[in-house]
Design a protein around this ligand. Sequence first.
Ligand SMILES: Cc1cc2nc3c(=O)[nH]c(=O)nc-3n(C[C@H](O)[C@H](O)[C@H](O)COP(=O)(O)O)c2cc1C
Length: 484
Amino acid sequence: MAAAPARPTRSTPAAAIRPHVIQGGMGVAVSSWPLARAVSLAGQLGVVSGTALDVVTARRLQDGDVGGHLRRALAHFPVPAMAARVVERYFRPDARPPGLPYLPVPKLGLRPSARATELSVVASFAEVWLAKEGHTRAVGINLLEKIQMATPSAVLGAMLAGVDVVLMGAGIPAQMPRLLDRLARREPASVDVRVDGATTGYEVGVDPQAFTGAHDEPLHRPMFLAVIAAHVLAVHLARDAATAPDGFVVEGHRAGGHNAPARGRPVLTDDGQPVFGPRDDADLAAVAAVGLPFWIGGGQGAPGQVRRAREAGAVGVQVGSLFALAEESGLDPDLRGRALADLAAGTLEVRTDPRASPTGFPFKVARLAGTQSDPEVHAARERLCDVGHLRVPFERAPGSVGYRCPGEPLAAYVEKGGDVADTEGRTCLCNGLLADVGLAQTRRDGYVEPALVTLGSDLDGARDLALRHPAGWTAADVVDHLLA
Ligand SMILES: Cc1cc2nc3c(=O)[nH]c(=O)nc-3n(C[C@H](O)[C@H](O)[C@H](O)COP(=O)(O)O)c2cc1C
């Protein structure tokens, strides 16, 4: 018989969640629980990244679960046997010796095995639980609409830990309100999944009762913020109660990570970066007219931006890069140190790469020696798809689905009906981003996956902070700086 669901901390009613600063959810595990917790403790909204937490958790356990944090969190998981199975499968008390490849975790799919769902639920539970440990302030989780097949289980895990806010971008997150409503009532819930060439409908779902046993008490229904780039999307989503979020983060093209493509015919600068123009800036007055709370993201790191955002009708700002460079960030200390040194020297460059991401969205890449921003490092990497979070399902025949990613080996992609032109310039974000947070895979031949660091292109706020904190800064310093 399953134990009652853990209530590690109370969850905050949506109406009470109006922070001036949202710390952006930065995947993979840059916004890990220590960063989110520090921001929440500083009185703002800390957000964990929900992307690929299954892989992150499995690898942290293999690295010996330093500090015992994961096992401490998992001791509170509502179904102890499930948490125990995950620990049993991946935990290495003696830590993985250098050079030994990490174990693979099940790849995302439309019919996830019980083992895959279990790992995903347990992993996002632990990340949120740790971010909420020991305080009662709000904590959010960020998910990507593009990675649909991971969504139901990741959201359920976060809700079991009492997550207060779910944020989702990288697509049109129209299905999230319904998913949250159903999971809060502990009803089986699913999302429709886009399958290339589909002649029939496909979905992926999760049944909360399998993770909590039969209970009547609802789970806390988190607030939902849609991350959008265009005001028309705010209007569109808010029009129907079934798709209306509880608010928006309106994010411009200076933001770190993925950006929405520039509007109109694609135009590139001489060095191959997409040209953004005034049409790419959302009409904030139109967003305000929708009547839901909103925050402005992307290049909002300079002092005074919070005030300016509020004058434009926003509740506050969402900031990523400044927090990515803070002490509590999950970014590998060596990479973070090098980025800070380049920042101080005035040589840190961030490019908008229209091709790097297999998703097809423009992706911000920070130029750092030894990472995949270096063409030689990129060229030397033999393609391999062993994580697969960005694989897109396609229909082989009605009811039969395959998965492909333009970052995978060319022959495999083409064999699956992919267009070779789609593969040009693509980087394996899964492996690159895992390497950013000290979880690089080592291949059997000893090759260690190189990092690929993303940051926003407006680093004025970061330069300001670097002058005031030459030895580095904390999340609380960022909050002070933003509210100054
Ligand atoms: C390292 C890094 C990783 C990011 N990953 C994600 C992500 O996984 N999902 C997402 O919605 N936004 C992601 N972002 C965007 C941030 O959440 C935030 O909205 C953005 O960085 C704000 O712009 P700024 O960097 O100019 O402050 C990422 C940003 C950075 C810097």
